[in-house]
Design a protein around this ligand. Structure first.
Ligand SMILES: N[C@@H](CCC(=O)N[C@@H](CS)C(=O)NCC(=O)O)C(=O)O
Length: 217
């Protein structure tokens, strides 16, 4: 199965696409990126994710797997010979899924200009810190190698400087959230993120350009 061609319908700045790339990189899979223009979606995207018509979509031979939350576990199972993204024990798996879900729902920037959104995100970072503590992260949720929850959270490390700069997001200090900061540093140094994350300055420039375009009448 793992010898079939692997392609990823992607957008460079997308945090969801970053998750899929991280998973493929962490497993040492050879793949091709097909960059999508979301303002003129390709026929391939419309056909391979007919339900949501969103990137990322993983194309593995004839199979199309949409959505980062399903692509990452799929990659884990399709390439089992490399370090697993989930612990073997049922409790560890359940909690990995629990935190992956929390991260996916609760670490988005929400409404950037609303103080309530900024405060809620700050509290969610503290909740996450507590989750790290419970799982005894070193420095990842998964232990020494990155796993599902780490891959879910990783794109935050790329986007955080943009959120802070443009949306006034507040992050707990290293004293208040040492494990979160340790995670962010470790993930930025991880070889897979060197490929998955765009250059931070380019990402900021892209977002500023996008905001200008969308604010035009
Ligand atoms: N839950 C999905 C979210 C994917 C998503 O929102 N993708 C955005 C790009 S970041 C998209 O394709 N948007 C196009 C659209 O909404 O039409 C995942 O985790 O992959």
């Amino acid at each position: 199965m793992a010898t079939e061609s692997v392609k990823l319908l992607s957008v460079r700045a997308s945090p969801y696409a970053m998750r899929a790339i991280l998973a493929l990189e962490a497993k040492g899979v050879k793949y091709e990126i097909i960059e999508e223009d979301l303002s003129a979606k390709s026929q391939l995207l419309l056909e391979s994710n007919p339900v949501y018509k969103k990137i990322p979509v993983l194309l593995h031979g004839e199979k199309a797997i949409p959505d980062s939350l399903f692509i990452v576990p799929y990659v884990d199972e399709a390439w089992p010979e490399h370090a697993a993204f989930f612990p073997k024990d049922p409790y560890g798996r359940a909690m990995t899924n629990f935190w992956g879900d929390f991260i996916d729902k609760k670490t988005k920037k929400g409404d950037p200009n609303k103080e309530a959104g900024v405060s809620e995100l700050y509290e969610n970072f503290l909740t996450l810190e507590n989750g790290f503590t419970k799982l005894d992260a070193k420095p990842f949720f998964n232990g020494a190698t990155i796993g599902y929850a780490d891959i879910c959270l990783a794109p935050l490390a790329a986007w955080l400087p943009v959120f802070v700069e443009l949306a006034g997001i507040r992050v707990p200090t290293a004293e208040k959230a040492p494990k979160l900061h340790k995670f962010l540093s470790a993930i930025r140094e991880h070889p897979a993120t060197k490929v998955a994350f765009p250059d931070p300055d380019k990402l900021l420039a892209y977002v500023i350009l996008h905001l200008k375009k969308t604010s035009q009448p």
